[in-house]
Design a binder for this molecule. Structure first.
Ligand code: F6P
Length: 322
């Protein structure tokens, strides 16, 4: 193995830069040539390559986003696009590819592997934390800290006005951002896709419950079956016309910002191990961290969405929110 390539794909996530830095510097340590492809798989199709050196990744560990830029490539979903991407790898004499991204990125890697012999390994980069085979994906820890920071601020104004706030957070089909930030921010309730009928239970709890705060924060995962924060507000307004209610959609601010220390360390560990994995002839696997141990999960399993939500965490959330 002489030459490695790296790219970031799908939604950006804080910590991706720390991962790129680790991939580049570990590759250089092993005397490997390292190039990057800009704009994810779209850049791979277009051969948007750049040579990477130690200096190229200086002063990026603290920066959110991705210096390699990213995209959600539609062309990469076509046979023609995939073939062009495979040709680019061949043309550049790439011997190994590191992809940093979420389930779409790994689905793309599986498809590319069918047309190219170049071994591919992946690092989990998504704020959603919805991959099997790692306790934390790159971006998740920073995103939940961003959410609790925002909710703490919302709480100040909510408590002053005795208001109810419905706060919508990201997570696509997963409620992991809502669950962890809900616990961390001391929310009164969370509504998540993994738990059905939670809106009915919430209404019952609100009718019967003795509340310790005059404000209420209800965190809704964007993928919840209720249809989002505005829908939840409509339902609650009918049941509780006395509530002074406001909706706040946190949106893409959850994807930005300087990564937390945990994020930087985990992302570094994953990037470092991505190169070790390629050198050990591993391929088709996602590098994860489970119980502080580095693990390798086949892409097919990583994207299965079979991660069960920790029922005890949910129960605790309910008990502590009273
Ligand atoms: O997968 C990360 C994520 O931020 C999801 O939480 C969200 O649903 C989606 O990406 C938004 O994607 P886009 O930036 O393309 O609107």
């Amino acid at each position: 193995m002489k030459k490695i390539a790296v790219l970031t794909s799908g939604g950006d996530a804080p910590g991706m830069n720390a991962c790129i830095r680790a991939v580049v510097r570990t590759a250089l340590y092993h005397n490997l040539e390292i190039i990057g492809f800009r704009h994810g798989y779209e850049g791979l199709i277009n051969n948007e390559n750049l040579q990477l050196q130690h200096k190229s990744v200086a002063n990026i560990i603290q920066r959110g986003g991705t210096i390699l830029k990213t995209s959600r490539s539609q062309r990469f979903r076509t046979d023609e696009g995939l073939q062009q991407a495979a040709n680019t790898l061949k043309k550049n004499n790439v011997d190994g590819l590191v992809v940093i991204g979420g389930d779409g990125t790994f689905t793309g890697a599986i498809a590319l592997s069918k047309l190219s012999n170049v071994p591919i390994v992946g690092c989990p980069g998504t704020i959603d934390n919805d991959l099997v085979g790692t306790d934390f994906t790159i971006g998740y820890d920073t995103a939940i800290n961003t959410v609790i920071d925002a909710v703490d601020k919302i709480r100040d104004t909510a408590e002053s006005h005795d208001r109810v706030f419905i706060v919508e957070v990201m997570g696509r089909d997963a409620g992991l951002i809502a669950l962890r930030s809900g616990i961390g921010a001391g929310a009164e309730a969370i509504l998540i896709p993994e738990s059905k009928n939670d809106i009915k239970e919430l209404i019952e709890r609100l009718k019967s419950g003795q509340r310790s705060k005059s404000s209420k924060i209800i965190i809704v995962a964007e993928g919840d079956e209720s249809g989002g924060a505005y829908k939840v507000a409509d339902i609650l307004k009918k049941e509780f016309p006395q509530f002074d209610m406001r909706v706040s959609i946190l949106g893409h601010m959850q994807r930005g910002g300087s990564p937390t220390c945990m994020e930087r360390v985990n992302a570094s560990l994953m990037g470092y191990n991505a190169i070790q994995a390629l050198l050990q002839n591993k391929q088709g696997v996602m590098i994860g961290i489970v119980n502080k141990q580095v693990t390798f999960t086949p892409f097919e399993n990583a994207i299965k969405h079979t991660q069960a939500l920790n029922a005890d965490m949910l129960k605790m959330m309910e008990i502590l929110s009273l």
